[in-house]
Design a protein around this ligand. Structure first.
Ligand SMILES: [Zn+2]
Ligand SMILES: [Zn+2]
Length: 352
């Protein structure tokens, strides 16, 4: 047996050549002269086989991955290592040298290949939706029988921008396409319905309130013929603030905390703390605002009752003592609230 290329004899032939000629002849890689890499100019997503892939990597890594996916290694090559050297960048063209090292028949073989990468900038569908002001849902911030206060709006803005910051790292549709100030509240136009649900859940958890959803038919999608819905989510803040006075069933109380789980109040007769579930929100009646409480003086005290002066006419009034009021001494100033012609002592929640 002799090698038809070099004429040497006495060797096993591989695919008709001696080992040396086979190795000299081999192409380690099957690689095109040029590849196209399409990336989103805004978010860096890359288009591969007709699909956009989110890209956390740098442009260099994107190019490397695109090259690798266009290369086939020779089946005789083992332990293939590939690295890419970017030689010259001219506009959207990047001249690259692809280095490869592999083992063939136990010998280490190194080769280089020229490759032109055409880096094309495009806009991915999510970014083009964002740019066109696309939205799937509108969160309407309202308040029941009142306007949302500046403090509430500030807090809501803060929650929404914090959540958007967090969610947009994973979801490009997590954006506010518009924030519209209306006389009855604020409307937020949100890229994704799923994201708006999450936002509303956090708002409700922190502030409490009533959520209602209503879809609206917006017409038909021209390309698919499917009906297009947008969802309006109304988030209605309650008719009260912490510190306000309420009537709930037979109880008269002062609100001491409000969040997404429950509404807590201190009973003004007994000083005890109870809570109300949001589903009973409709049974709460606001009977006085926090600002309506007035100061007066405690004028006398017995083991079961205390006497205060009515701030309206300075007439003495006797009130049953309760565990919350038992430590107030004669001569001290106390806060009182008059509800339906009855005076109640108000404990200062901030002091406790
Ligand atoms: Zn040979
Ligand atoms: Zn994009």
């Amino acid at each position: 047996m002799f090698c038809p290329r070099c004429g040497r004899s006495g060797q096993d032939l591989v695919e008709g050549l001696c080992k040396t000629c086979f190795i000299n002849d081999i192409s380690l890689l099957e690689i095109p002269d040029e590849i196209e890499v399409i990336v989103c100019a805004h978010c860096g997503s890359a288009l591969r086989q007709g699909k956009w892939y989110d890209q956390d990597s740098t442009e260099e890594e994107t190019i490397y991955n695109a090259i690798i996916s266009n290369i086939t290694a020779n089946k005789c090559a083992e332990d293939v290592e590939i690295w890419v050297e970017e030689l010259i960048v001219r506009g959207s063209n990047i001249k690259c040298l692809v280095h490869v090292q592999a083992k063939v028949l136990g010998e280490i073989v190194k080769q280089e290949y020229d490759l032109n990468v055409k880096l094309l900038k495009n806009v991915c569908p999510e970014c083009s939706k964002y740019a066109s002001g696309y939205y799937e849902a509108v969160i309407q911030i309202r308040a029941h029988n009142r306007l949302p206060s500046n403090k509430e709006v500030e807090k809501i803005d803060q929650i929404i921008s914090g959540q958007i910051d967090r969610l947009s790292k994973k979801n490009k549709m997590a954006y506010v396409s518009e924030r519209i100030v209306l006389k009855e509240g604020i409307d937020y136009y949100i890229g994704s319905y799923k994201v708006s649900k999450k936002l509303v859940n956090v708002l409700k958890e922190e502030l409490g309130g009533v959520v209602k959803e209503s879809p609206r038919l917006m017409g038909k999608d021209k390309s698919t013929g499917k009906e297009l819905f947008r969802i309006w989510i109304s988030f209605r803040l309650p008719n009260f603030h912490v510190g306000d006075f309420i009537k709930y069933g037979n109880f008269i109380g002062q609100l001491i905390s409000v969040d997404g789980r429950k509404i807590q109040f201190r009973d003004l007769d007994t000083g005890q703390i109870s809570s109300i579930q949001w589903r009973d929100y409709g049974n709460i009646e606001v009977v006085a605002k926090k600002e309506d409480a007035e100061e007066t003086t405690l004028t006398a005290k017995t083991p079961t009752s205390i006497q205060i002066l009515d701030p309206d006419d300075y007439q003495p009034v006797d009130i049953d003592i309760n565990p919350e009021t038992k430590d107030i001494e004669v001569g001290e100033l106390v806060l009182v609230i008059k509800i339906r012609d009855r005076l109640y002592i108000v404990m200062d929640n901030d002091k406790k």
